[in-house]
Design a protein around this ligand. Structure first.
Ligand code: FAD
Length: 404
C-alpha cells in the first residue's frame, strides 16, 4: 500500500488522519502542513489569543497523538505539485510521497485588498497563529485600529481588541454588519451592542486609501472623505480557497475544488475537504463552499469512511458559531432561501433566536446567547422536522414534545 497523503494540517486534515485510524485504516498516513506549528485550533485566535500576551495556541491533538497513531506528520513542508500519472506528491524540498488516495485540505487565505497603502507596515490580516502573534504584538503598541470588513472575523477582532483597550473603527461596504450571514434583526442587534462597547461602525463606507509616515500606517481615508487615525489596520473582507494545487493538476474548479457527494474531486482518488471544497449540499440543494470547523470536521470523517470502503453521502447539518463581545452567535442550517422568520426570546436581554422558514419548512436557526435553541435546532434539522411557527413560539417544551 502507498497509503493516504493529506495536504494541509488544519482542522480538516488532522481530523482526516485521526478518522482514518479510527476507521481501521492500516496503511501509511502522511499529513503534510506548511505551517511550522503543531496543528492548532483557529477559532480562539480572534476571540481571545490576540489580547492575551500569555495565551498559547491550543493544540488540535497532543504531540504524542501523531506518533501513537503512526501518522507521519511533516510540518513546515509545502506540497508543490500533484503528479496524477505517477500518483505521487512533490514537496517543496523536491522529495516525493506516493499515494493511493490524496486528501486536499488546504483551507483558504484572507482575500487581499488592492488599495493604495495596503503594503504599509501595520496593515495585517488574520488566518494563522503567526498572523495572530503579529496582531497581538502590534496591538500592544497602538491606540487606533481600523478594521476593514464587518463579517465574523472583523467583528470578533473588533470586540477583542476593544476589550483589550484599543479604539476600534469598523468599516463595512454593505448597509449592515454580517450582511451575507445573518438576518437583519441580528445585524442590528450586533451593531447596537458593539456601539455600546465603544466601537465606531461605519456602514456603506469603504476605504479609499491607507496613509503612512516612514512606511508605517498612520491613517485611513474613507469614501466619505473622513481621515481615520490608525496605527494598525486589519483586512477582514473574506477569504479565497487555496485551489491552486488542485487547479494545476487539472481538477475541476467551481468556487473551490469541485467535489461530489463523497467528497471526491473530478479525479476519483483525490478528495477535497473543508474550506477549499465546493459541493452541492443536499440540505439546501444549492452549491456551497462553507467555512466552518463543523464543515471541515464532518467532511474529514466521511472521507475516511469512503476511503475505508464504506458507503455514504455527505448530508451533515451545517452549523457555526462566533463569539463577538458578550454575544455567542450560533447558526444551524442554511438561511439563504429564507422567506419568513419567527423571533423568540428577548432582544433587549441579549438572548433571542430567529427561526427561518422557506415556505413551511424550517431551514435555519440563528441564536444569540440561546445555546439550548441551537442544540434543539440541530436535532430538528437533522431529523428533517419542521415545527409550526406557533409551536416555536410556545417554547422549548412544546418543541421537544412535537419532536418526540
Ligand atoms: P485550515 O484549518 O485553514 O487548514 C489548512 C492548512 O493547510 C493550513 O495550515 C495551510 O497553511 C495548509 N496548506 C495550504 N496549502 C498547503 C500546501 N500546498 N502544502 C501544505 N500545507 C498547505 N469556524 C467556526 O466554525 N467557528 C469559529 O468561531 C471560527 N473562528 C475562526 C477564527 C479565525 C481567526 C479563523 C482564521 C477561522 C475561524 N473559523 C471558524 C473557520 C475555521 O477555522 C475554518 O473553516 C477551518 O479551519 C477550515 O479547515 P480546513 O482544514 O479546511 O483549513
Amino acid at each position: 500500500k502507498n497509503g493516504v497523503v493529506i495536504v494541509g494540517a488544519g482542522h480538516g486534515g488532522v481530523q482526516a488522519a485521526a478518522s482514518l485510524r479510527e476507521e481501521g485504516y492500516d496503511g501509511p498516513v502522511t499529513l503534510v502542513g506548511d505551517e511550522a506549528e503543531l496543528p492548532y485550533h483557529k477559532p480562539p485566535l480572534s476571540k481571545t489569543f490576540i489580547k492575551d500576551p500569555a495565551a498559547q495556541p491550543q493544540m488540535l491533538r497532543a504531540d504524542i497523538f501523531y506518533s501513537n497513531n503512526k501518522i507521519d506528520l511533516r510540518l513546515g513542508s509545502s506540497v508543490e505539485h500533484i503528479d496524477l500519472v505517477g500518483k505521487r506528491l512533490e514537496l517543496g524540498d523536491g522529495s516525493h510521497i506516493p499515494f493511493d488516495a490524496a486528501i486536499l485540505a488546504t483551507g483558504s487565505r484572507p482575500r487581499e485588498l488592492k488599495l493604495a497603502g495596503s503594503d504599509l507596515a501595520g496593515v495585517l490580516s488574520l488566518r494563522s497563529v503567526a498572523d495572530a502573534r503579529s496582531i497581538r504584538d502590534l496591538s500592544a503598541k497602538v491606540e487606533d485600529v481600523v478594521i476593514l470588513g464587518g463579517g465574523f472575523i472583523g467583528l470578533e477582532i473588533a470586540a477583542t481588541l476593544t476589550l483589550g483597550g484599543r479604539r476600534v473603527t469598523v468599516v463595512e461596504a454593505q448597509d449592515r454588519l454580517l450582511g451575507r450571514a445573518v438576518a437583519p434583526s441580528i445585524s442590528a442587534h450586533v451593531r447596537q451592542r458593539l456601539e455600546a462597547m465603544g466601537i465606531r461602525i461605519l456602514t456603506q463606507t469603504t476605504i479609499e486609501r491607507l496613509e503612512g509616515e516612514n512606511g508605517q500606517l498612520s491613517g485611513a481615508l474613507t469614501s466619505h472623505g473622513e481621515r481615520l487615525p490608525a496605527q494598525m489596520a486589519i483586512i477582514g473582507i473574506g477569504v479565497v480557497p487555496n485551489v491552486e494545487l488542485g487547479q494545476a493538476a487539472g481538477l475541476k474548479i467551481a468556487n473551490g475544488i469541485w467535489v461530489d457527494g463523497q467528497l471526491r474531486s473530478s479525479q476519483p482518488e483525490i478528495f477535497a475537504i473543508g474550506d477549499v471544497a465546493s459541493y452541492r449540499h443536499v440540505f439546501s440543494n444549492s452549491d456551497v463552499r462553507l467555512e466552518s470547523v463543523q464543515n471541515a470536521t464532518d467532511h474529514a470523517k466521511l472521507t475516511a469512511r469512503i476511503i475505508t470502503g464504506h458507503e455514504g453521502h455527505y448530508d451533515s447539518v451545517p452549523w457555526f458559531w462566533s463569539d463577538i463581545g458578550d454575544m455567542k452567535l450560533q447558526m444551524v442550517g442554511l438561511a439563504s432561501a429564507s422567506d419568513s422568520n419567527v423571533v423568540v426570546g428577548d432582544v433587549a436581554d441579549n438572548k433571542f433566536s430567529v427561526y427561518h422558514y422557506a415556505g413551511s419548512r424550517l431551514i435555519a436557526i440563528e441564536s444569540v446567547n440561546r445555546p439550548a435553541d441551537h442544540m434543539l435546532g440541530r436535532k430538528m434539522l437533522g431529523a428533517g422536522f419542521s415545527p409550526r411557527p406557533e409551536t416555536v413560539q410556545a417554547g422549548a417544551d412544546a418543541l421537544k414534545a412535537a419532536l418526540a
